[in-house]
Design a protein around this ligand. Structure first.
Ligand code: ADP
Length: 426
C-alpha cells in the first residue's frame, strides 16, 4: 500500500516538475504549449507502464518484476504480493485435497461421490476394487451405466437414504456388497460400499446351525414325550415337571425353527392375499382359550374391509405373538384391545394393554433373540425371548417394523403398519 511518505514524495515530485515547467513556459512565453507537451509526455509514459503491467500480469505472472523506481513500483509490488499469497493458498488447498484423498483411500469402505445426474465426481481406491471403477477414465460416467443391476437403478431413483441395498459385486458374483447413499451439501451424494461377504456367510452358518440343531432336537424330544405320556397314567410330581419342561422345550424348538424359516425367507412368497378378518377371528379364539379362567378382558376391533397381501402364516404369527404376550404379561383385571384399522400410510395392527408396562431401557432390546425382561417370570410363563424377534423378522419381510410404546405400571402399545402398496380394501 502507498504510505504517507511515498504519497508525499509523489505529490512533491509532480509539483516540482510542474513548477519548473511553468517557469520554463513563462520564460519561453509558451506556457500552455509547454504544459500540454509535458502532460502528454507524462500520459504516454504512464500508458506504457500500464501496458507493461498488463503484459506482466497476463503473460508472465511468475516472473519477478523489475523495479521501476517510480510510483508504478508499488502496484507491481502489491500485485506480486497478492499473487504470492494466492499461490501459497492454492498449494495449501491442493495439499489438503491430497491428504483428504489419501485418508479416503485408506478407508476400509468404498466411497463414491456423485451428483444429481448420477455422474461420478470422485471415488476412492476401495470403491474401484469393490465396484470395478476405473480412475480417472470413469470420472463423469453415470453410476447406473457402470453398475448394471436393475435393483441398483431403482435404488438410485428411489432416493430413500435410510435403505441399504445388498447386491453381488459387478466384478465378482460371489462377493456380496452393501450399498448406502448419504446426501450431503447441495447436489452431492456419497455412495458408501462395504464388502459383507464374510458377515453374510457367518450369518448364514449361524442360521443353518440353529435350524439344524433345532431340527435334530425334534426327534429325541418326540420320543421323550411319547414315553412321558405312557408314564403319565400314574402321575407323580417328577413326571409332571418333566412333561412341563418337555413341552417348553418343544415350544422353544418350534419357535427356533419358525424363526430360521422366516429369516431365510424359506416360507412361500409373501405376495398372496391374506384374509385378515379370518386370521383375526382365529386369533381371537386362541386368545380366549389362552386366557382360560384368568380375569382378563380382551376386545378385538377389526375393520372387515381391510385385507393385505403377504404371507398369512407369518402375519398370523406376528399378530398372535403380540396378543399372547399381552395376555401372558398382564395381571388379572387388565384390559387388552387388539385393533386392525386403516391409517394414513396403510393399515395398522395394534395391541394395547393397561398391564405392567416396560421400563424405557428395555425397549430398544426387546426384539433381540432371547431377550427377556424378567427371565424367571417369562420362562415360568413359557416365554423364550424369541417371540418379538419373530415379529421383527416377519415385519421386515413385509416392509414394516414394530413400534413399541410403554410406561411402567400404565401399560404398553405394540403396533405395526402395513404399507398402502400391500393393502387391499374392499
Ligand atoms: P417371551 O417369549 O419371553 O415372551 P418376547 O420376545 O415375546 O419373549 O418378549 C420379550 C419380553 O418383552 C418378554 O420377556 C416380556 O418381559 C416383555 N413383554 C412383551 N410383551 C409385553 C407386554 N404386553 N407387557 C409387558 N411386557 C411385555
Amino acid at each position: 500500500m502507498l504510505n504517507q511518505h511515498q504519497l508525499r514524495t509523489m505529490v512533491s515530485k509532480l509539483a516540482v516538475t510542474y513548477g519548473v515547467l511553468t517557469i520554463v513556459g513563462m520564460w519561453l512565453e509558451q506556457l500552455t504549449l509547454v504544459l500540454f507537451v509535458a502532460t502528454l509526455a507524462i500520459l504516454i509514459v504512464n500508458i506504457k507502464e500500464f501496458i507493461a503491467l498488463l503484459n506482466w500480469i497476463w503473460s508472465s505472472p511468475h516472473k519477478r518484476y523489475v523495479s521501476r523506481s517510480n510510483h508504478w513500483d508499488q502496484i507491481y509490488y502489491g500485485v506480486e504480493k497478492i499473487q504470492r499469497a494466492n499461490r501459497v493458498r492454492r498449494r495449501q488447498l491442493i495439499d489438503s485435497v491430497g491428504e483428504f484423498r489419501q485418508g479416503a483411500d485408506a478407508l476400509p469402505d468404498g466411497v463414491t461421490v456423485y451428483n444429481q445426474r448420477h455422474e461420478i465426481i470422485w471415488c476412492n481406491r476401495q470403491a474401484r476394487l469393490l465396484l470395478g471403477f476405473k480412475w480417472p477414465t470413469d470420472q463423469g460416467q453415470r453410476l447406473d451405466n457402470l453398475i448394471r443391476h436393475p435393483q441398483f437403478a431403482s435404488y438410485l431413483a428411489l432416493e430413500d437414504f435410510d435403505e441399504v441395498l445388498l447386491l453381488p459385486s459387478p466384478i465378482n458374483d460371489e462377493m456380496l456388497i452393501e450399498n448406502r447413499i448419504i446426501e450431503y451439501g447441495s447436489d452431492q451424494y456419497l455412495l458408501v460400499t462395504r464388502d459383507i461377504t464374510r458377515i453374510h456367510q457367518l450369518e448364514q452358518m449361524r442360521r443353518e446351525f440353529v435350524a439344524n440343531v433345532s431340527h435334530e432336537l425334534k426327534t429325541p424330544l418326540t420320543v421323550l414325550q411319547g414315553y412321558l405320556e405312557l408314564l403319565s397314567d400314574e402321575p407323580s410330581p417328577a413326571i409332571l415337571a418333566m412333561e412341563q419342561q418337555a413341552k417348553r422345550m418343544q415350544a422353544l424348538v418350534e419357535q427356533l425353527l419358525s424363526l430360521s424359516k422366516i429369516e431365510s425367507g424359506a416360507v412361500a412368497s409373501n405376495t398372496s392375499p391374506v384374509n385378515m378378518v379370518a386370521q383375526l377371528e382365529m386369533l381371537k379364539e386362541d386368545a380366549i382359550n389362552l386366557i382360560g379362567q384368568r380375569k382378563l378382558t380382551i376386545n378385538f376391533e377389526v375393520d372387515p374391509h381391510l385385507d393385505i397381501t403377504g404371507n398369512d402364516t407369518q402375519i398370523f404369527s406376528a399378530c398372535s405373538n403380540l396378543v399372547f404376550n399381552a395376555i401372558r404379561y398382564c395381571p388379572e383385571g387388565s384390559t387388552i384391545t387388539a385393533s386392525w384399522k386403516a391409517v394414513a400410510r396403510g393399515a395398522e395392527f395394534s395391541v394395547v394393554d393397561n398391564g405392567i408396562g416396560i421400563a424405557p431401557h428395555h425397549l430398544s432390546r426387546l426384539t433381540e433373540r432371547f431377550y427377556r425382561i424378567e427371565s424367571s417370570r417369562s420362562s415360568k410363563d413359557g416365554g423364550s425371548g424369541l417371540g418379538l424377534s419373530i415379529v421383527k423378522h416377519v415385519l421386515a419381510n413385509h416392509q414394516s417394523n414394530l413400534q413399541i410404546e410403554s410406561e411402567v405400571n400404565q401399560g404398553s402399545r405394540f403396533s405395526f403398519i402395513i404399507n398402502d402398496e400391500r393393502v387391499i380394501s374392499a
